[in-house]
Design a protein around this ligand. Structure first.
Ligand code: NAD
Length: 428
């Protein structure tokens, strides 16, 4: 979203085309899988607090549901585009397939900036979004979830609107709900922890002890915060995080070479994951330009903010010390940068594998909601670890055996599973 020339959907298609060619996918299946099955565009009128009516654009894209109901978050962002939503829906298909959960890929979005909206206005957007799509989503069709700038409260408003329209209780329609209102314990931690479960396995394969490693993070929101928590527990040291500064409309990197203090940074971070730069300085953090996170002398880089962040322009700033890139964000690396990372033999844990913990736990939430029976947190996180570890090992084994780049190996597994489901159903 940060680069106007960048098109996430073209990038998703380029990644798909590369692997479709590699595995010799037939032209019909290729044509079918490189585009979404369905996409919805709609207007959401909202009565603003000042009495005016403002119309917001909303989207839902259902990329593929051959393996099960669609699954994917709803993002609120001022630079949201239909192509970003299409890319994210496509990546959801591959993500559900790589961790082998029986779900397809969807994504939604609204062009809006919650920073400038009251809670009442945001509630109307949520309810309006559901009113537009209520007949085309549901527990056995397509199940939304939170994403950037949406949270459990937004999901609860959406659930309430869906249940009002359909006249019943359908907790399985949406995930990321508050705990006690159909949410799953462990969901908040799931994506960040999932990133670190895969990182832990990668370090094991490379015979590197986590407590000898250092890391730099881009982003300090839900994914990064929990990834940092678990990485610190494994003994790693985080020297850098970055975040978006709403006031200055730019990002900053916060560095402390002796290691950041997670609790302390959380205490000066707003609910959007923005760190207060004045307070950070007072606490002894160096406040550097937003891009500085990528040019640190560390072992591990973790982009956990947005797509299109490691590009042809900045990839060469990555230091020789970097051994692993674990992609917490969706689509953080452009194909141009990816080629260079591959050539430099940096071990990449691709986004749709690394951050699949969120959707895996959402699947657990859906199962619990449909049964109306809820598991303990340890049970959820234990099951998550098993799923993420198995998915990582399957991908890394294939990468080793066939001498494939990790991203390509993950795609070979995912595209193979989805193509097979389409074939088995007699669609292609
Ligand atoms: P979030 O809104 O909680 O946090 C985003 C963070 O990125 C914030 O700290 C924000 O300040 C920062 N940020 C935004 N623009 C930035 C920029 N230009 N430079 C530096 N920092 C910037 O979002 P999140 O839920 O943590 O999601 C982060 C990424 O992970 C997104 O790509 C999202 O699609 C992906 N993801 C999230 C989940 C999930 O469960 N939350 C699951 C899978 C993938």
């Amino acid at each position: 979203m940060s680069d106007k020339k960048f098109n996430a959907f073209e990038m998703a298609q380029a990644q798909f085309d590369k692997v479709a060619e590699l595995i010799g996918l037939d032209s019909g299946t290729r044509e079918f899988l490189r585009n979404p099955m369905r996409e919805y565009h709609f207007s959401i009128p909202v009565k603003m607090d000042d009495g005016t009516v403002k119309v917001f654009r909303g989207f839902r894209v259902q990329h593929n549901d051959a393996r099960g109901p669609g699954k994917g978050g709803i993002r609120f962002h001022p630079q949201e585009t239909i192509d970003t939503v299409k890319a994210l829906a496509t990546w959801m298909t591959w993500k559900c397939a790589v961790v082998d959960i029986p779900l397809g890929g969807s994504k939604g979005g609204v062009i809006c900036d919650p920073h400038n909206l009251s809670l009442k206005e945001q509630e109307q957007i949520c309810r309006g979004w559901v009113r537009q799509i209520a007949k085309d989503v549901g527990p056995v069709r397509d199940v939304p979830a939170p994403d950037v700038m949406t949270n459990a409260q937004h999901m609860l408003w959406m659930l309430d609107e869906f249940e009002t329209i359909h006249g019943g209780k359908y907790p399985g329609i949406i995930t990321g709900k508050p705990v006690g209102m159909g949410g799953s314990l462990g969901r908040t931690e799931a994506t960040g922890y999932g990133v670190i479960f895969t990182l832990r396995e990668a370090l094991k394969e490379m015979n590197i002890n986590p407590d000898t490693t250092t890391a730099s993070f881009q982003g300090f929101g839900n994914v990064a915060q929990y990834a940092i928590e678990l990485y610190l527990r494994l003994g790693g040291k985080v020297i850098c995080v970055s975040s978006w500064d709403q006031e200055d409309q730019t990002s900053y990197t916060f560095r402390r070479l002796s290691g950041i203090d997670l609790k302390q940074l959380l205490s000066i971070t707003n609910r959007f994951g923005g760190i207060d730069k004045v307070k950070a300085k007072e606490l002894g953090y160096e406040v550097l330009p937003g891009e500085a996170w990528i040019e640190q002398e560390v072992d591990i880089l973790l982009p956990c903010a947005l797509e299109n962040q490691i590009t042809g322009e900045n990839v060469n700033k990555i230091k020789k010390s970097v051994k692993i890139i674990a992609e917490g964000a969706n689509g953080p690396t452009t194909p141009e940068a990816d080629k260079i990372i591959h050539e430099r033999k940096i071990f990449n844990i691709p986004d749709f594998l690394a951050n699949a913990g969120g959707v895996t736990c959402s699947y657990f939430e859906q199962v619990q909601s449909n049964m109306n029976y809820y598991w303990e947190k340890d049970e959820v996180l234990g099951k998550l670890d098993v799923k993420m570890t198995a998915a990582f090992l399957a991908v890394s084994e294939l990468a080793r055996k066939k001498n494939l780049y990790m991203r390509d190996a993950a795609y070979v597994i995912s595209i193979g599973r989805v193509a097979q489901a389409c074939k088995d159903r007699g669609w292609v």
